[in-house]
Design a protein around this ligand. Sequence first.
Ligand code: GAP
Length: 453
Amino acid sequence: MDSKTDAQRMEKIVSLCKRRGFIFQSSEIYGGLSGCWDYGPLGVELKRNVKNYWWRVIVHERDDVVGMDGAILTHPEVLKASGHVEGFSDPMVDCRTCKARLRADQVIEKKGVQQCPNCGGRDLTEARPFNLMFQTQMGAAADESSIAYLRPETAQSIFVQFKNILEVSRKKLPFGIAQIGKAFRNEINPRNFTFRSREFEQMELEYFCRAEEGMTLLDYWLEERLKFYENIGISRDRLHVKTVPDEERAFYSKGTYDIEFDFPFGRQELEGVAYRTDYDLLQHQKASGKSLEYFDEETKQRFVPHVVEPSAGVDRTVLALICEAYSTDEAPDEKGKMETRLVLRFHPRMAPIKCGIFPLLKNNDQLVAKAKEIVGLLRAHMNIFYDESGAIGRRYRRQDEVGTPFGVTIDFETLGERDAALRDTVTLRERDSMNQERVAIKDLAGILSARIS
Ligand code: GAP
């Protein structure tokens, strides 16, 4: 696809997200709050499915990982020790002509002269560091002592709680601590929809190990993470692994991979998998004066563990899922005439609604009662949607557009009016193939649950 069609595709995705209630601009009725987004009824379901599946495979299905949920407000000493207060900044340039605030790497150079990418102006300020952390005051006093920060990553509370969690979980190396939660960065130029936001969620695992295991575990976690994306429906050919070169890597990291995805606006990072050595724990041990050592019962040695960190963005994963799922094909309308069908081809595991339930006619009490009975039956197992309004084809299309993988129609055959053998059976329709099959109501929950997972 060329860049024009990619831009159009992105526009259509943003507009679908708003129209069908996935993602809205935050504070929209007041003109919007830049870099902040609100997830609507379908967006929140999709987001939860991503987080729940991550938690399941990273924490519940493993013996060597436990979870935590840390505070967002962070002690300044934590972020001084981690290097964020001093060094978590982007160089920034102001254009004096159009007043745009730009990241220095966005400034364009033509014939050796630096220019503003917005207005072409050449009157630019010198680049100066701009710290990306949001600072706030805690308590009544408004002085240095009351400063707190909104965390720029979830990782630091994991390092700071390392000793407590080690003691209560009684885990042996290698083991991990996982966390999902909000992070905040005052990005100079939030852009590409939710891709670069000022408030976002991360899913981070800090996997502690011995120094000699670091590089092997880095490769192990890269593969695990690639599998995760495939299992939620992102095809491997749209995922790319970038080995971050020495000059771009944090000085303490011995190896970092970026997992990238082909978004309509270009190939961009979804997740970083980094071997951070013992840097973080050593920094906090030094700054706090508290031991963060691990005692190896077998060798009787004490040492500060190393760590491998797969760090993923929830919002970026959700955006990648929507971009991957967005597609159109041809399907017959009510009269058999072919029309364009917009369909989100979500993996059933990720789909916000798993099954639509449709009585053929809304003014037939028996059909409606049967449909409501099925709603009651399935609700305990999955998120379903009941819809009785409009022609059945329209109802299918509305669900195709939000990625609902299955539809159940209750018709006169369900009531046994035409063929007694079909009593208490329904039509089960599959979103992508549009195939329909006849299924007994008593088997529905089992069939759907198996196909979803
Ligand atoms: N603890 C390591 C860390 O935070 P990072 O590469 O800065 O590393 C990890 O962030 C992930 O968090 C990114 O790969 C991305 O998915 C997500 N992320 C980072 N900044 C973001 C932003 N401004 N908006 C949305 N997601 C972001």
